[in-house]
Design a protein around this ligand. Sequence first.
Ligand SMILES: [Zn+2]
Length: 260
Amino acid sequence: MAATLVVLAASLTACGADAGADPDDVETVIVTETAAAEPTDDMGGTPSMPTSAPTSEGPMAPYTGAVTPEELVEDLNGAVEITERFWEDHWTEFFTGTYTPPTVIGLYDGTDAASAPTCFDEPLPADNAFYCPDGDYVAWDQTLIARGFEVGDSWPYLVVAHEWGHAIQARLAMSLQADALELQADCLAGATLYGSAADGNLTFEDGDEKEIVNALNQLSDETAWTMSGDHGDSFQRIEAFNTGRSGGVVECLPRSKTKG
Ligand SMILES: [Zn+2]
């Protein structure tokens, strides 16, 4: 996956989805800041992808994959750029008020609690990614990102777009937040990535879509969604992502709630 933040109308490859949404179909909504009472959200169950790399010490050995730290940072920066650009460009098509991006803390080392960012006074743990309402920031652990490259370079795009989806939720009225917050974040991630492709800011390369499916599989819960905090099983996560992919942001909003 490659971020191509250029004004040129790049032709799309391997991307047949129309993520465009008709703004006329969207009901204008009131944007409210939610109270920062929600716990941090994360990417889901600890990915248990096979790895041949031994973990001699600590829970994980960072940067054991083929990716170099430079490549990793480059892809993350690309993911942040296109995600930020998408919401900057499209917010007013869906919502009232002015869009403000979350703070991007980005990579951190969760194996070192002393340096990890804190959320509600707790250091963020390793091997996950977060949107923290306390501070309105997004951050991702380097071990999670590095290990995700075993799935492919789509991984950081999915992680960033998903966590950004939580930041978007925090900017919405409660009525626009789905009960299944994690699945809604997956949906918003699909809307973001395919919307970015439609805008010409992101190019899907061969294998990217399969990588995303694999990533959602890896990050899914064993059981189906039942309550807030659940991420949903792999079918549900993929379905949610696809809803955003094909229907855009509007389809990620609770239908029954938006019509009230
Ligand atoms: Zn999440």
